[in-house]
Write a protein that binds this ligand. Structure first.
Ligand code: ZN
Length: 272
């Protein structure tokens, strides 16, 4: 059995502020976050092994994708590290995997009471797939779904867990913290968070057939609403996109892989 494990940092237990997730400015606080992130990744890997997984590919999915401490990562896993990756947080996920898990994830941009809410970049206000608002969890789950791979576990704060359950019936979740503001939360003790993640990862993998891969209706219509008109000006340089008002662009792709590829090009180009 083969598991794809994407690990972000904002949704790791104990982490609440951008300084703690910023490799350039964070200093010692960022270094501590790397340790917490690596230990939560290990808890998920151990849960996968408990449930009989033979292979776990861990995709470091935060900032420059080089946060996890290679030496401290569980030796049963293979680490996908660094940039660029054409498909970002879910690059290298394909039909050979039995399940996907998202650990340390965060809620969609604009979610109240959610730690460091954003969707791929701070320049985005909203992303819609066929008219419905999605988070990073949603975008990445649709990508996995294209290959027939179900997302069986999502961990992070209470809001990302709730958003995942609304989108993916049967998904297992662990809320390691409950936000009281965008950069403040009540946190489980890291050890408790890891115990819960390990137990839930094992259950989620055992129950994987109860979760349907998330399939986007095709052709796929993607709408991106940016924070500013300048972002939309730049994004509309990407062929196939159409301007829909001051801050919005829209495009239609034949399938979700193409839609996601164009989305990543759009956000890459939209940097003033
Ligand atoms: Zn991140």
């Amino acid at each position: 059995m083969k598991v794809f494990l994407s690990v972000d940092m904002e949704g790791i237990g104990g982490i609440v502020s951008e300084l703690e997730t910023d490799p350039e400015k964070g200093g010692g606080r960022y270094e501590e976050s790397r340790r917490l992130m690596t230990r939560e990744a290990n808890a998920a890997i151990e849960g996968c092994l408990d449930a009989g997984a033979e292979e776990v590919l861990v995709a470091d999915s935060h900032w420059n994708f080089d946060n996890l401490l290679s030496e401290d990562l569980h030796e049963a896993a293979t680490l996908l590290r660094g940039k660029p990756r054409a498909y970002s947080m879910v690059d290298s996920l394909d039909a050979s995997f039995d399940a996907a898990m998202f650990v340390g994830y965060h809620a969609a941009a604009g979610t109240p009471h959610a730690i460091l809410d954003h969707t791929y970049t701070g320049r985005i206000r909203d992303v819609l797939v066929n008219g419905s608002r999605v988070s990073e969890t949603g975008l990445n789950a649709y990508y996995a779904g294209h290959f027939g791979v179900p997302v069986v576990l999502v961990t992070g704060d209470a809001q990302v867990a709730a958003q995942a359950r609304r989108l993916i019936p049967g998904v297992h979740t662990v809320a390691v913290k409950e936000a009281v503001g965008a950069t403040s939360a009540k946190n489980l003790h890291p050890r408790k968070a890891r115990e819960a993640i390990r137990a839930e990862a094992a259950k989620a993998l055992a129950d994987r057939r109860a979760v349907r891969p998330l399939k986007a209706r095709t052709p796929v219509r993607i709408t991106v609403d940016f924070q500013g008109t300048e972002h939309a000006d730049l994004a509309s340089f990407v062929p196939g996109t159409r301007r829909r008002g001051g801050t919005r662009i829209e495009y239609v792709s034949p399938d979700f892989v193409e839609a996601f590829r164009t989305f990543l090009a759009v956000i890459y180009v939209a940097r003033p």
